[in-house]
Design a protein around this ligand. Structure first.
Ligand SMILES: CC(C)(COP(=O)(O)OP(=O)(O)OC[C@H]1O[C@@H](n2cnc3c(N)ncnc32)[C@H](O)[C@@H]1OP(=O)(O)O)[C@@H](O)C(=O)NCCC(=O)NCCS
Length: 178
C-alpha cells in the first residue's frame, strides 16, 4: 500500500466493482472523463479481468480516505502508457464520492502518485490530459506542480459541443526542485 497523510492507495479488488459501476454511471462524475456510455456490471467485470493482464505498474489503485471507523473507498487512480525507455508515463484519477470533492483528497492523491512515479518507478516525465472546462481538476494538478504544456483544440465532442484538451506534465527536475 502507498500511504499519505489522509489517504492511502491500495490494489483494486473484485468487491470494489459495484461502486465503480455506480460512480461511472453518474453524469456529474463523467463530465471530466472519456466514458460516455452507460456501464454495466458485466462490462466492469470484463474491464477488471483485462486490467489484471496489463503490466502490474499500470494496474489502477483504489483511493481510500481515513475515517474514524476505518478506510473509505472514494475513487481510483493510476498510471498508464508507461514508456520505460523514455521514462515517461501518464496518470489518471477520479473520485466517485462527490460529497468528498474539494476537500484536498484529489491533490493529495496526485502528490502520492507523483512520488510513486518519480521515487519508485523512476520516471522522468509524468503527464496527463484534462478537459479545459474541468477547472477543479486543473487547479488540483497545478497545485502539485503540473505545468501547462499544450492544448489539443476541439479534441473531444461531448453533449453537442467540442472541448479543448489541455496537456500538462511534471518533469523530475521540477519535482526535485519543489
Ligand atoms: C478532479 C478531482 C480528482 C479533484 O479532486 P478534489 O479532491 O475534488 O480536488 P481538491 O480538493 O484536491 O482540489 C481542488 C481545487 O480546485 C479548486 N476548485 C474547485 N472548483 C473550482 C472551480 N470551479 N474553478 C477553479 N478552482 C476550483 C478548489 O478550491 C481546490 O483548490 P484550493 O485547494 O486551492 O482551494 C475530483 O474532483 C474528481 O475526481 N472529479 C471527477 C472526475 C474527474 O474530473 N477526474 C479528472 C479527469 S482529468
Amino acid at each position: 500500500m502507498i500511504y499519505g497523510e489522509k489517504i492511502r492507495l491500495r490494489a483494486i479488488e473484485r468487491e470494489d466493482l459495484p461502486r465503480f459501476v455506480a460512480w461511472l454511471n453518474d453524469p456529474e462524475v463523467l463530465q471530466g472523463l472519456l466514458i460516455y456510455l452507460p456501464l454495466s456490471q458485466v462490462a466492469e467485470e470484463n474491464w477488471y479481468e483485462n486490467m489484471l493482464k496489463r503490466p502490474p505498474d499500470e494496474h489502477p489503485m483504489a483511493i481510500e480516505v481515513k475515517q474514524v471507523d476505518g478506510w473509505l473507498h472514494i475513487g481510483n487512480c493510476g498510471y498508464m502508457n508507461i514508456d520505460w525507455r523514455c521514462r515517461s508515463g501518464e496518470v489518471g484519477i477520479f473520485i466517485g464520492e462527490k460529497r468528498l470533492w474539494n476537500q484536498g483528497y484529489g491533490t493529495e492523491t496526485m502528490r502520492l502518485l507523483l512520488r510513486h512515479g518519480f521515487d519508485t518507478l523512476n520516471l522522468n516525465r509524468i503527464a496527463l490530459d484534462v478537459y479545459d472546462t474541468n477547472l477543479r481538476a486543473i487547479r488540483s494538478y497545478e497545485k502539485v506542480g503540473f505545468i501547462h504544456e499544450g492544448c489539443k483544440r476541439q479534441a473531444i465532442f461531448k453533449e453537442g459541443k467540442y472541448f479543448d484538451i489541455l496537456q500538462m506534465s511534471v518533469l523530475r527536475q521540477e519535482w526535485e526542485g519543489q
